[in-house]
Design a binder for this molecule. Sequence first.
Ligand code: ATP
Ligand code: MG
Length: 436
Amino acid sequence: MRLSQYFLPTLKETPSEAQIVSHRLMLRAGMIRQSSAGIYSWLPLGFRVMKKIEQIVREEQNAIGVHEMLMPTIQPADLWRQSGRYDSYGPEMLRITDRHDRDMLYGPTNEEQITEIFRDAVKSYRDLPQHLYHIQWKFRDEVRPRFGVMRGREFLMKDAYSFDLDFEAAKTTYNKQFVAYLKTFKRMGLTAIPMQAESGPIGGDMSHEFVILAVTGESEIACHRDFLDNDWLDNIDLEGDLQVVVNAFTDKYAATDERRDPEIEKTLGDDLVVARGIEVGHIFYFGKKYSETMGAVVTGPNGEDVTVEMGSYGIGVSRLVGGIIEASHDDDGIIWPQSVAPFQAGLINLKPGDSACDEACEALYQKLIDAGVDVLMDDRDARAGAKFADMDLIGLPWQVVVGPKGLKDGIVEVKNRATGERQEVTPEDAVKKLAG
Ligand code: ATP
Ligand code: MG
């Protein structure tokens, strides 16, 4: 991509409405613009990151055999009257009336919708389990939308729903999602800690919020120090036995809100960490809550009626864009982990108009593309300082700087955004380094 032909409206000034670093940086880096409170447009750079995150989520869901589908954003109120939630959901639900005076709503979640689809299609235990997901916009009329995309009113969520014959099967499904979540967040360069959360109707420990630590986190969490020690985490083989992996995490103390246990926290002593966290995902076993009220019943092996066991599994895709920035930035801007970076490299032409620089840049640009490196070339007619500042701000993992002085010696500079390390190399070696 040529920056001269791209849409990247970066800001030098810090926007006054933004209270936290990710919101500030997303506005400054030209990733989003606010439309109204808690509702944003995603500009090209922000959109790219969101799509990268979405794709990682998708791949890890597909890998455990969840089927992707797409349910609508607008739902009929009658569906929610079946579960009783139309009245109980409260003012977070955006209620709409259509031209025929029918009550509709902008979905805050999709349990009712998926349960209806399942109920009408699946009649026998032979067709279980079923496990489906979609990645769709939600609307919740939050009292206090804030922190940019972290607590929006309109936001993108991956939500999966499972239907199983009995508790044992539901637990296996839950464990699959648990481990898929660990892999998903790890691929994004995040340490997401599974925290026991408010329990489901049957009790037990079948509800976990996945929380990343950030000083700006909205909730206070407590956990064993080991969760912050990446070595320990790295030694767990996520491809191993499901239950063993889940136990490795759930055996260690980590809890939020009402699930915190003062007794355990006392015994942990120096191993206790109390910090602030951001919830990026939530998995939840809720048994027969919706299947009972909405009549999701199948015929069991002995001809009997069985009300199915359900779970739901959410990931805040748009929130993660902000969450990753909270976890990975410095004073100069964003530091994208490779896996979600909008481009892998920025190529800076320090002197557009200088034929040697132009030629070298064009050649490098083409070679990088040929080598499969997604590159953003700053070919704008602007000051070098402004180009460096913008490149640091948007946080691409690699920068390649081409200037007239270096070129005389056949050399360009490669900078690693995360470490700040700079190396002078030939253009050929720059391509090798970035492609490798
Ligand atoms: P919170 O406690 O943060 O309001 P929640 O418990 O309401 O979250 P869920 O209903 O479990 O959230 O939704 C699943 C995921 O969707 C959350 O883990 C979070 O990542 C994301 N999410 C929820 N509300 C918002 C929001 N207002 N803006 C952006 N993402 C959100
Ligand atoms: Mg909420």
